[in-house]
Each structure stands twice: as C-alpha cells, then as structure tokens.
Write a protein that binds this ligand. Structure first.
Ligand code: ATP
Ligand code: MG
Length: 646
C-alpha cells in the first residue's frame, strides 16, 4: 500500500524576475514500511522535496496524497495534526530547544498530541534508553555531543509514533562513527516497520536504503531498488485516549511553563517591560485609595457639623463682605421656624468675642449663645456636669458649658471645675458642664469654646437682641432639599426679601462626594495613559521575543504545534507579564499606603478590594490586547521560513 503519492509536483521559488524552479514534475510513491533514500548534489532540491513531503511547505502545483488523502485540501490544523502524529522529523542540525532537558525535548511532540506529563516523561525515557541515552535524561543540548543530540532528536521523532520518519542529512553534522551509529538506529527503525525517507548526498549512506531515488536540478533521474524488505509496524504507537479538554489543558500548561521560563531567563528585560504596567497600576490604585480616604475624612468632618441640619446665615452667601454686619435674622424667625411641622427644632446662635477671666488667668475666648438642643444636634458629648435646660434658656440663666481646651487653659490644676464662676466680658457665669474632646477637630481645633443659653448671650453679655445664625434640625423623614426650599420660602416671606443664605450639610456632602469622584476619575484617566504606554512596551518586547524565537516557533510547528498552540503560548506570556506587573503595582501601592497611613495623620489611603480586582483585571486585559498582535504574528509564521531563520 502506498503511504505517500506525489504526482507532477512542481515548486517554484521567487518572483517572476528571479525564479528558481526547484522541483520539476516530480512523480513517485512510497510504500508503507519502505526505506527510501533521496540523493543528489547540493541545490538539487532534496530539502525542498522533503519539506513538501513533511507538510512544512506546499508545492506550487501537483498532487500530493498521504494515505490516499489529498494534502492540498487540508487546512492548517489538519496539516499540523499530520506533522504531529504521522511524521517524525530528524534534521541535520538536530533542532533541539536549547533550554529544555533531553526528556523534555524528546517528549515535546506529545504535548501537542495531548498526553499528560507523567506518561510523556515515561515514554520519552523509554525511547531515550532504547537509544542508549539512559544517563542523559536531564542533560540540555549544550551538554550533549552531536551524536547524542541527534539521538535525542530521533527520540523526539518517535515520540508520537513516527510512522513516517523524514531525515534530512541526519549524519551531515556528525563524525563518521556517530554517523554510523545513527544509520544503524535508522535501519533498526525500518525493521520495526517505520517508513523512512532519508535525504543525503553521500552515496554510501544512500546505498544502505532499500530504494534510492536520485534527483538532479529538481528532476528525478534515477530510481533504483536495492532490497525488497518491507516490514510490518512493530513499534508501540502512542496511546492518546483523551478528549479535547485534556489536550487544551496540557497545551495551556506547557504554554504557561514556557512563559515562566522565558520571563525568568530574561529577568531584567521582563522587569523593565513590567515597569510601565507597575507604575500604571500603582498610580490608579493609589489615586483611588487616596481619594477614598480623603472623601471619608471630609465626610466625617461634615457629619460632625450635625446630621440633617441646616444653618441659616445673614447675607447673600460666603464672601458677602457685609454679612458680618447684616443683622437680618431675628429670634422670632427661629421661633417661627421651630413651629413648622417639618422642623424638629430651631435655635438661634449668638456669638461674642471677649476676655475670659478666672482668678489670675485672663484669655481671649469665643462665647456662643445656643439653644438647649445645640449639643444633641451637633453631636457634642458631655464629659462632666450637664448641659443647660430649656428652662435656663428661657430664664437667661448665667450658666456656661466649656470645652476641654478651656478646661486645660483656665483650670490647669482643677479637673472638676463644675460649680466654679468665671467672668466673661465682666459678666459672671457659672460652669455647669465640660464637653468631651472633639474627635473630629476642624481647622480651629485648639481655640477655646464656651456655650451659654442664647438668651444670656444676647441680653446679658452682648446687651442687644442680634443673632448671628439659626440652626435648624430637619425631621428625619423630610428630604433636606425640600426643607431648604420651604425655609427659603418662609423666611423670604417674613423678611420681604432674601437677605440670608443657608448651609445644608446634606448638599455639602453631595457636592464633596461628586467633586472627589470627578477628581478620582480625572487623575485615574491620566494614570490609564501610563497603563497604555506600559501596554505598548509589552507589545514591543513581545515582538522582539517572537523575532528572537522564530526558530523555536518553527521547530514547534514542525513537530506538530498548531497555530492556536503558538498563539496561546505568546499570549499567555504577555498576559503573565502584565499580571505580574499588575500584582507588583498593587503591592507597591499598598506598601506606599501603609507607609503613608503610618507616618501621616492628614493623608491616608483606603484600599478597596473592588479597585484591586479591577486593577488586576485591567492588567490582564492589557496583556490580551497588546499581546495579541505579536502572538498572532508568531502563529501565522510559515513553518519552513521560521525553521530557516537563525
Ligand atoms: N526559500 C527559498 N527561496 C528561493 N530559493 C530557494 C528557497 N529554498 C530553496 N531554494 C532554491 O531551491 C533549490 C533547491 O534547494 P534545496 O534546499 O532543496 O537543495 P538541497 O538539495 O537540499 O541542497 P543541500 O544538499 O545543499 O541541502 C536551490 O537552488 C535553492 O537555491
Ligand atoms: Mg538540503
């Protein structure tokens, strides 16, 4: 039975102006189990013929059948399948992968056939030991002699069965003794039933084959049969009883291992490539963390201004120069507002600057006249004593609540000042309570604060009924925006004009939130540019890597790697670089954040799992996007061109 049939095969290289007709109307067939030598001078077209037979190259015209199936009708995957399972290549220059051990080199084709690691290694060691290499399993090609390397390459050719062994000048680079040894092995393979096609320019080697075809200037000039020995297949075929999934798994694992290997063997280059990704990811993650932390901090301060409160101030707004002098707000406004159903309570606030006197100490301090609800609304807690009652507010009681700053300043030696009398602007006030330390200190955190009933502040201290602000606590069930509008309407109606403005903590919160979010987005998009630059770096280095490893790609294709396998390998390498970069970036950012959180109280970083997951997803995406083009270039290489590259 003919395993190979060639009819009128022509191969023309080059363009119209510079054509080389390497093969001219070549016709012959090879019987299963035969041993054919192709002989001819240098440049006669032997290798060209061999490459066409091995499905590494396609003829310009003619028919080529393997096992009665026309090869020209096959797609790239089917051709790869043939190279993988049917052919075994032995090259003149061995073509082993320099980074792999002998067993791994020998077992490489089985990866593309979908065999698991254990069985792969077992079979490879078995074949290597049959070839007298049992002590060289772990040696890399540069630790082996030429003859030994050629035997490893023979083992590789046999790995997936090697029904048809294609040997192009297998002894060409060897000394005569190693050459003889290799020929002996090839003859044994023939006897075990492998079909052998061997290319040589040496008549004595060709004479050892059963059939000798001589080729001259691309034409067959002689076809001589020396012996009729055709053998049945006796060698163990490779057992692959696995589905597509297992195949995918092994090729993915192989791609992953190769990528790790490639990254480790080019440490500096990989690190520099990753740098762009590291910086990009670190800045995005840091910006978001910084934004989150400062937003939380600002929110905390706003919350300390009281929840659901609206402050009403005289004037047109912040920056209104007159607002200090405008006395448009009255106690009656506050009383009127307090009666509204949507308002829990409203208190007028009066402020007075003056001198505080106690025994020999005299200091400047600020006195605020407030309502009894003030402390609850603003969330100020009492450390000792009590706050004043509504009764005392009505009666203009001369009582005062002081804060911890005042306590430390005025009563340095008396931690329990309740009951003491202090003098503010010549008016005696009795201390009834001390507030707790403010745990959300604002900008003027070390100023001394004192609170009296607003009635006391107006009539006893200031001597007039001017009030500076009104604080309104809106019912929890009412939307603060709606409340603000209603207050606006009421006061405008009362005053006949709008001579006040409001500070609504809720709307401040919303503004702060939206501002920080915008800032985060803005700075993040700048950081994304760095990520894109990083991605271009990855693409660049992958293109270099593909160029450097073109020969490796050629070898892999020759022994059965599909385009998908090659694409996968380079894509995984790019993604791996980016993921490692992303991981390092996140780590860098977190360590930076930890340091900042440790040393600084003003700044902080708040990392969210979402942003970290997002960053890592982003770096994976960059790997895929920027790695795809180089990987596709690699996978679309022509096997024969790739093999020929140095
Ligand atoms: N890729 C190519 N582009 C152009 N011409 C080519 C190409 N490959 C081979 N040739 C030409 O085709 C002819 C046959 O080359 P081939 O490599 O098949 O020779 P060979 O018989 O294997 O020689 P050798 O014994 O030196 O290896 C030569 O003239 C060569 O210059
Ligand atoms: Mg050649």
């Amino acid at each position: 039975m003919n395993i190979i049939e060639l009819k009128n095969i022509n191969k023309v290289f080059g363009n119209e102006s510079n054509q080389v007709h390497a093969l001219k109307n070549v016709n012959f067939s090879v019987e299963k189990g035969d041993f054919v030598a192709i002989i001819g001078q240098s440049g006669s077209g032997k290798s060209t013929l061999m490459n066409i037979i091995g499905c590494l190259d396609v003829p310009t015209s003619g028919e080529y059948k393997i096992n009665n199936v026309e090869v020209s009708k096959m797609n790239a995957n089917q051709l790869a399948e043939l190279r993988c399972k049917t052919f075994g290549f032995i090259f003149q220059r061995y073509n082993l992968l320099t980074s792999l051990k002998a067993t791994d080199n020998a077992s490489l084709p089985a990866i593309y056939a979908g065999v698991d690691a254990f069985e792969r290694t077992k079979r490879a060691e078995e074949i290597l030991s049959n070839l007298d290499l049992s002590d060289k399993y772990k040696s890399r090609p540069n630790e082996l002699s030429g003859g030994q390397q050629q035997r490893v390459s023979i083992a590789r050719a046999l790995m997936n069965g090697g029904d048809i062994i294609l040997a192009d000048e297998p002894t060409g680079a060897l000394d005569s003794k190693s050459g003889e040894n290799v020929m002996k092995i090839i003859k044994q393979l023939h006897q075990k039933g492998h079909t052998i096609i061997l290319v040589t320019h040496d008549k004595s080697i060709a004479a050892q084959a059963s059939r000798m075809i001589e080729i001259k200037d691309g034409e067959i000039v002689a076809d001589i049969r020396n012996a009729d020995d055709i053998y049945e297949m006796k060698d163990k075929p490779l057992q692959v009883a696995r589905g597509k999934l297992a195949h995918l798994k092994y090729s993915l694992m192989e791609a992953f291992n190769m990528s790790v290997h490639a990254i480790i063997s080019n440490k500096m280059r990989s690190l520099l490539t990753m740098l762009g990704i590291i910086i990009g990811i670190a800045s995005v993650v840091s910006v978001v963390a910084l934004g989150n932390a400062s937003q939380a901090k600002i929110m905390e301060r706003i919350n300390s201004m009281g929840t659901n409160t609206i402050d009403i101030l005289p004037g047109k707004g912040f920056g209104d120069m007159r607002s200090g002098r405008v006395k448009s707000l009255k106690v009656s406004d506050s009383d009127y507002l307090a009666k509204q159903r949507f308002i829990d309570n409203a208190t007028p606030n009066v402020s007075a600057n003056g001198t505080l006197l106690f025994e020999n100490t005299s200091v400047n301090a600020q006195l605020s006249g407030v309502g009894a609800e003030f402390f609850e609304v603003k969330g100020r807690k009492i450390a000792q004593g009590r706050i004043f009652t509504p009764e005392e507010v009505r009666n203009m009681a001369s009582v005062v609540v002081i804060d911890d700053n005042t306590l430390n300043e005025i009563f340095p030696n008396n931690p329990n000042p309740v009951g003491e009398i202090i003098i503010f602007n010549k008016k005696p006030l009795k201390v009834i309570g001390v507030t707790e330390k403010d745990n959300n200190p604002g900008p003027m955190s070390d100023s001394m604060k004192l609170w009296t009933p607003y009635t006391t502040a107006m009539f006893k201290v200031n001597g007039n009924n001017d009030i500076s602000t009104i604080t309104v606590k809106v019912s929890d069930t009412v939307n603060s925006q709606v409340a603000e509008e209603s207050i606006d309407n009421i006061l405008t109606a009362l005053h006949g004009k709008k001579d006040f403005f409001m500070i609504n903590t809720d709307s401040i919160k919303q503004t702060v939130e939206s501002t920080t979010n915008t800032m985060k987005l803005l700075i993040s998009s700048i950081a994304v540019i760095s990520l894109i630059v990083g991605g271009i770096g990855v693409m660049n280095i992958m293109l270099v890597s593909v160029t450097e490893r073109t020969r490796e790609i050629g070898i892999r294709m020759a022994i059965g790697a599909k385009q998908r396998d090659i694409l996968q390998q380079f894509l995984i390498e790019a993604v791996l670089i980016c993921i490692i970069g992303g991981f390092l970036g996140v780590t860098l950012s977190i360590s930076l954040g930890t340091a900042i959180n440790y040393f600084s109280t003003d700044f902080g970083m708040d990392f969210s799992t979402t942003s970290i997951i997002l960053a890592l997803t982003c770096s994976t995406a960059i790997g895929i996007i920027f790695g795809y083009m180089p990987a596709r270039n690699a996978s679309e290489l022509n096997p024969i061109d790739a093999l020929a590259s140095e």
